[in-house]
Design a protein around this ligand. Structure first.
Ligand code: PAN
Ligand code: ZN
Length: 180
């Protein structure tokens, strides 16, 4: 593996083994409560990008992946821009997140459907235990940047969330974010 570097201010990755993926509003059909409002917005608008460094192939037992999620500010009818969210395919696998820039929320849901959220800010550290679905929301006015480290054999189960969602959603309230 050759040289890979991260910016210590933005956690942007450069160099070998770095891949990038992007989700626009058009990729997020059915993700927000108000689907009609989402469908009426610019479908090419970028909601988030994920950069990751993969030193081993996806699925390798015992390896790790390192990434950064960059989530734009915005909302769909008062529901903050957020990631799709997922359980890990290997449910018992955990993950670390840490805030790099911006203001946000880490929304967590266990397998009983119990939801809670943790405030994400530059320097915040979040341990996501196994068997817990996770998604990020941008509650601020600038891009939310969040570092992540997860097992290379964790995999992503998006289907469970696509089918039944999170039991609660994060909306803009008069006094800040409200989980409803
Ligand atoms: C993160 C997420 C990233 C994008 O790297 O994959 O924030 O969210 P979605 O994968 O839900 O679209 C992570 O949790 N990896 O396991
Ligand atoms: Zn994850």
């Amino acid at each position: 593996m050759g040289k890979t570097e991260i910016s210590l201010s933005s956690w942007a990755f450069t160099g070998e083994g770095v891949t990038e993926s992007r989700r626009v509003l058009g990729d997020l059909k059915g993700v927000f409560a108000d689907e009609a409002a989402r469908a009426a917005m610019d479908q090419d608008q970028v909601v988030y990008e994920v950069q990751m460094h993969a030193a081993v192939p996806e699925g390798t037992p015992g390896g790790l992946f390192l990434g950064v999620s960059c989530l734009r500010p915005g909302d769909v009818a008062g529901e903050y821009f957020m990631t799709k969210g997922h359980f890990h395919a290997r449910r018992e696998t955990a993950e670390y997140y840490w805030g790099v820039a911006g203001e946000g929320a880490l929304i967590l849901m266990d397998e009983n459907g119990d939801c809670r959220w943790e405030k994400v800010f530059p320097g915040s550290v979040h341990y996501i235990p196994g068997n817990v679905a996770h998604r990020l929301a941008n509650t601020g006015t600038e891009t939310l940047r969040v570092g992540a480290c997860w097992p290379s054999d964790a995999g992503h189960d998006y289907a469970t969330i696509a089918a039944s969602g999170f039991t609660k959603r994060l909306f803009k309230g008069p006094n800040g974010p409200e989980l409803r």
